[in-house]
Design a binder for this molecule. Structure first.
Ligand code: F6P
Length: 345
């Protein structure tokens, strides 16, 4: 049986660990494995290569993806679905394992509704997929962001500054909340709660009036801000669109820093972590999670569990419906913010 694997959307630490685990497990099931290049594009353009134990050895700890990735969505390409179906038939592919985030798995959901045999694996540093408690890549991004917050603390303290650290996460605040709590941030701004910059400024002023000489603010890129009372809350984007046609986020940190300095008079600097959060070696936690997902996904193909995604529930890997995973974004529950707030001030 021939099984194809693809990685779609933003790259993320742990992708290679999943690929390696799938290929290793495939031997036990007697599957022939095929790697599709650059996500769904590999099927649209018939661009693939054979995955073997040899071509996937030594990749467990490597960041990025040996398959390449893209945000190309076959449903946004003329006759995309037909092209995908023809490529699957022509190459004798029995099933496709799609490793991806919301964009890739939404396409996978629609394809499985069209009768294609698809299994999903939840990947993203944003941790915004429903149906699973954690996606792989998130733990690594949080570790990198936490280290950055620790480092920013030394400079903020030495120079008596306010430092704003902008982290990724798209429309949810998982990375900001985790890195903010882990790094002991004094303010955490997330998309789940629109930012009131007046309150942020007052809070920082109160802290400094109480004897603190510096403050650390962690802001998620997708945080909506309101600059004036008569304005609506706004998402900050670069104005450009990504490959999938979605607005590229980023820049909120600069606005927050400018507004804090203007309202408080304290010197305020900004650090935008950007793609540093997505690159490099996965943490041990992500390697284990990715490996467990990969083995489970391969077993799902063997069991004929299509239209489903490998997921983490408690400490167990289970299979959930792909449609449940992509219906809506998984937001950070209120309890996390309540814990973070205990340490503000
Ligand atoms: O989804 C992962 C992610 O890193 C988001 O946090 C971020 O908004 C986006 O991808 C950036 O995408 P790109 O690398 O295409 O700019």
């Amino acid at each position: 049986m021939k099984v194809a694997v693809l990685t779609g959307g933003g790259d993320c630490p742990g992708l290679n660990a999943v690929i390696r685990a799938i290929v290793r497990r495939a031997t036990a099931h007697g599957f022939e494995m095929m790697g599709l290049r650059d996500g769904w594009k590999g099927l649209l353009e018939d661009n693939h290569f054979r995955l073997t134990r040899e071509t996937t050895s030594g990749i467990l700890h490597r960041g990025g993806t040996i398959l390449g990735t893209s945000r190309v969505n076959p449903f946004k390409v003329e006759n995309g679905l037909e092209k995908v179906k023809r490529a699957i038939e022509r190459n004798g592919i029995h099933a496709v394992i799609a490793i991806g985030g919301e964009g890739t798995l939404s396409a996978a959901t629609r394809m499985s509704e069209e009768g294609l045999r698809i299994v999903g694996v939840p990947k993203t540093i944003d941790n915004d997929l429903n149906g699973t408690e954690f996606t792989f890549g998130f733990d690594t991004a949080v570790a990198i962001a936490t280290e950055a917050v620790d480092r920013l603390h030394s400079t903020a303290e030495s120079h008596k500054r306010v430092i704003v650290c902008e982290v990724m996460g798209r429309h949810v605040g998982w990375i900001a909340t985790y890195a903010g709590i882990a790094g002991g941030a004094d303010v955490i701004l997330v998309p789940e709660i629109p930012a009131d910059l007046e309150r942020v400024a007052e809070h920082i002023q109160r802290r400094h009036a109480g004897g603190r000489t510096f403050s650390i603010v962690v802001v998620a890129e997708g945080t909506r801000i309101k600059l004036a009372a008569d304005q609506n809350e706004q998402l900050v984007t670069s104005g450009a669109l990504d490959e999938a046609g979605r607005p590229r986020l980023g820049g909120v940190g600069n606005i927050v820093a400018h507004e804090i300095e203007r309202r408080t008079g304290f010197e305020t600097r900004v650090s935008v972590l950007g793609h540093i959060q997505r690159g490099g070696a996965p943490t041990a936690h992500d390697r284990v999670l990715a490996t467990r997902y990969g083995v489970h996904a391969c077993d799902m193909v063997a069991r004929g569990e299509f239209g489903k995604m490998a997921a983490l529930k408690g400490n167990e890997i289970i299979s959930v419906d792909l449609s449940a995973a992509t219906k809506e974004l998984k937001k950070v529950p209120k309890e996390f913010f309540e814990v973070a707030q205990v340490f503000f001030g």
